[in-house]
Design a protein around this ligand. Structure first.
Ligand code: GRF
Length: 180
């Protein structure tokens, strides 16, 4: 059973839902995340864990991990989740957390990966699905696919092209992990 962490619009969450994967819980750090509406529309349990409501990041992450575990979650997918995870979360789901990132990691980690790639003038970007550790977009790579950067691209057009690849790559990798 899969839990998904989200912060944004949730197009990757939607791809996982549309693929028919067993998603039982969706958690967010942000109450306004559009992804929460997608989860609710699919009848999936949701919960919000705003940092302001907890003493510190570890306390928030511990509460989030406990909620997911209580919902029966065995595998966690970060689908546009924009906070680093701390040991109370990482230890609960050790080796069972995957992230999707809009670059060919280890190149261009971080929250501004698409903008950074355009600024660097590279001709080829990509999408990566990887296991999560305590670092910023580090952890063993599970799958990658290349995406061209086209003349005239801005951050929005390039990100949309990358996301359309993510929407194929992420469900495929998650399905393979479920079958293990
Ligand atoms: C994706 O590009 C993902 O790689 C990155 O954040 C974006 C999330 O988009 N980590 P969405 O919320 O799934 O639409």
């Amino acid at each position: 059973m899969i839990g998904v962490l989200v912060s944004g619009g949730g197009t990757n969450l939607q791809a996982l839902l549309d693929d028919g994967l067993p998603i039982v819980a969706v958690a967010s750090n942000a109450a306004g995340a559009g992804a929460l509406a997608r989860a609710a529309a699919a009848g999936v349990a949701t919960a919000v864990f705003p940092l302001e409501s907890y003493a510190d990041r570890e306390a928030r992450d511990g509460a989030m991990a406990s909620w997911l575990a209580g919902e029966g979650v065995e595998l966690v997918v970060l689908a546009g989740y924009m906070h680093l995870l701390t040991p109370p979360f990482l230890d609960t789901f050790s080796g069972r957390i995957v992230n999707v990132h809009p670059s060919l990691l280890p190149a261009f980690p971080g929250a501004r990966a698409v903008e950074d790639q355009l600024a660097a003038g590279i001709a080829e970007s990509g999408a990566t699905v990887h296991l999560v550790d305590e670092g910023v977009d580090t952890g063993p790579v599970l799958a990658q696919e290349r995406v061209p950067v086209l003349p005239g691209d801005d951050a929005e057009s390039l990100h949309e092209r990358i996301k359309s690849v993510e929407h194929r790559l992420l469900p495929r990798v998650v399905r393979e992990l479920c079958a293990r």
